[in-house]
Design a binder for this molecule. Structure first.
Ligand SMILES: Nc1nc2c(ncn2[C@@H]2O[C@H](COP(=O)(O)OP(=O)(O)OP(=O)(O)O)[C@@H](O)[C@H]2O)c(=O)[nH]1
Ligand SMILES: [Mg+2]
Length: 362
C-alpha cells in the first residue's frame, strides 16, 4: 500500500486531516449538530410538554404527523402520557369560505384572548393543504403578532390524503396542546366540503365567519353549516361596509330562528366585527363565554365531550381498518384485478367486494 508522506502530498489525501474552512461558522455547525442530535424519548417529551415547552410540543406533533410506524408508536406513548393533563380547555371551531378573513380574525381574536391572560393554540383541519402546504403556514404573515406571542402556539394543518387522517392528527394535537397548558384551542377550517363536520365533532363551540354580500346573504350557505353554528360573525364590518353588515346581521338572525332549538339550550347569536379595526372582537368573546357558562351549568359541555370521545374511538377504528385493508399486499393486487373486472362487467360490484373481503379475512 502506498502511504502518504508530507513529501508526496496529493490532493486526494486526508491523512493529516484538514482544517475547517472559514465558511463553516460555529453557529451553523452547532445547528447541524443539534439537528442530528438524538431524538428525545417519549418520556422526555411528556415531561417537557407538561412544563409548557413549545419546542417539545412541536416535535411531538411532528411525530403524530409522521407516517413512520416507529414514530407513531412513540406518538401514541406521548399522547397516552399527556392525556391525564389534557381536557382542561375550551375548543372553538372557526370556519368560513376562503377570503372571509379567518386568518386575520384569528390574529385579532387570539391577541384579544392572550391579553386576557389566556394561552391560545391555533390548529387547522384542511385536507387540501397537502397541495397548498398548509393554509395557516402560507399566511403566517397574517398572524404576525400572534406568532410572536409567547402565550400562543400556531401549527399549520397536517397533510394527508384523507380527511379522516388529517382530523385524527388534529384531534391528537389538541390533547398535546392542552397538556402543554393551552386553555383555548382554536381549530380553523376552510368552509368547503366535509371538513366542517369533522371540526364540529372535535370542538365545544362552532363559529361561522361571514361577510356581508350583495343582499341575499343566505344564498349559497349550506343549511348544515348554519345548523352547526353557535354564532355567526359578520366580519369586515368597517368603512363603507358597516351598514351592509348590520343588515346582514338582521337577516341571519331571522334565518336562525327558523332552525330547531339546539340540544345545548343555546340560542345562536349573530354579531358583527372587523378583524382589522378590532371593533366587536371583544363581543365575540363575550358571546362565546356566555355559551360556556350555560353549557357547563347544564352539563351539555361535559356530555358533548364524552359523546365526541366515543365518536372518535369509532372513527379511529374505521380509519385503521380501512388503512389496514387497503394496504394489505394481497388486497392491493386483487383490488386492481377486480376493479377491471367490474369495469368490464365480468363481475358484479357486490360479488367483487365479497371476494376481496373473503381474501382479507382468510
Ligand atoms: N376591510 C377588512 N378587510 C379584512 C378584514 N379581515 C380580513 N380582511 C382582508 O381580507 C383578505 C382575506 O383575509 P384572510 O384573513 O387571509 O382570509 P382567510 O379566510 O384566512 O382566507 P383563506 O386562508 O384563503 O381561507 C385580506 O386581504 C385581509 O386583509 C376586515 O375585518 N376588514
Ligand atoms: Mg387563511
Amino acid at each position: 500500500m502506498h502511504l502518504e508522506t508530507p513529501e508526496n502530498k496529493s490532493a486526494l489525501s486526508e491523512i493529516n486531516g484538514i482544517n475547517q474552512p472559514d465558511s463553516i461558522s460555529d453557529a451553523v455547525a452547532k445547528q447541524i449538530q443539534q439537528f442530528r442530535r438524538k431524538q428525545p424519548s417519549a418520556n422526555e417529551l411528556i415531561t417537557r410538554i407538561i412544563k409548557g415547552d413549545k419546542i417539545a410540543l412541536s416535535r411531538a406533533i411532528t411525530l403524530i404527523e409522521s407516517t413512520n410506524i416507529k414514530h407513531l408508536e412513540k406518538a401514541n406513548e406521548v399522547i397516552q402520557g399527556c392525556l391525564p393533563y389534557a381536557n382542561n380547555s375550551v375548543r372553538i371551531g372557526i370556519t368560513g369560505v376562503p377570503g372571509v378573513g379567518k386568518s386575520t380574525f384569528i390574529e385579532a381574536f387570539g391577541k384579544h384572548l392572550t391579553s386576557l391572560g389566556k394561552k391560545v393554540a391555533v390548529l387547522a383541519v384542511d385536507p387540501s393543504s397537502s397541495i397548498s402546504h398548509g393554509s395557516i403556514l402560507g399566511d403566517k404573515t397574517r398572524m404576525e403578532e400572534l406568532v410572536k406571542d409567547e402565550n400562543a402556539f400556531i401549527r399549520p394543518s397536517a397533510s394527508g390524503d384523507s380527511l379522516g387522517g388529517v382530523a385524527r392528527k388534529t384531534r391528537e394535537a389538541i390533547i398535546l396542546c392542552e397538556a402543554c397548558g393551552f386553555d383555548t384551542i382554536i381549530i380553523e377550517t376552510v368552509g368547503v366540503g366535509q371538513s366542517e363536520t369533522a371540526v364540529h365533532s372535535m370542538v365545544d363551540f362552532f363559529l361561522l365567519l361571514k361577510i356581508a354580500g350583495a343582499g341575499d346573504e343566505l344564498q349559497g350557505i349550506k343549511r348544515g353549516i348554519m345548523e352547526m353554528a353557535d354564532t355567526i360573525v359578520i366580519n369586515k364590518a368597517d368603512g363603507d361596509n358597516i351598514s351592509k353588515a348590520k343588515l346582514a346581521k338582521t337577516e341571519f338572525n331571522r334565518a336562525l330562528h327558523l332552525f330547531p332549538a339546539k340540544k345545548s339550550g343555546w340560542i345562536p347569536k349573530v354579531t358583527t366585527c372587523s378583524a382589522i379595526t378590532k371593533e366587536g372582537i371583544n363581543d365575540v368573546w363575550k358571546i362565546i363565554s356566555d355559551y360556556f357558562d350555560l353549557a357547563k351549568e347544564n352539563q351539555y359541555f361535559q356530555n358533548k365531550r364524552q359523546e365526541q370521545n366515543q365518536f372518535w374511538m369509532m372513527e379511529t377504528i374505521n380509519e385503521q381498518l380501512k388503512t389496514h385493508f387497503y394496504n394489505h399486499p394481497d388486497i392491493i393486487s386483487l383490488l386492481e384485478q377486480n376493479k377491471k373486472a367490474v369495469q368490464n362487467n365480468e363481475i358484479s360490484p357486490f360479488a367483487a367486494a365479497k371476494i376481496l373481503l373473503e381474501n382479507y379475512y382468510k
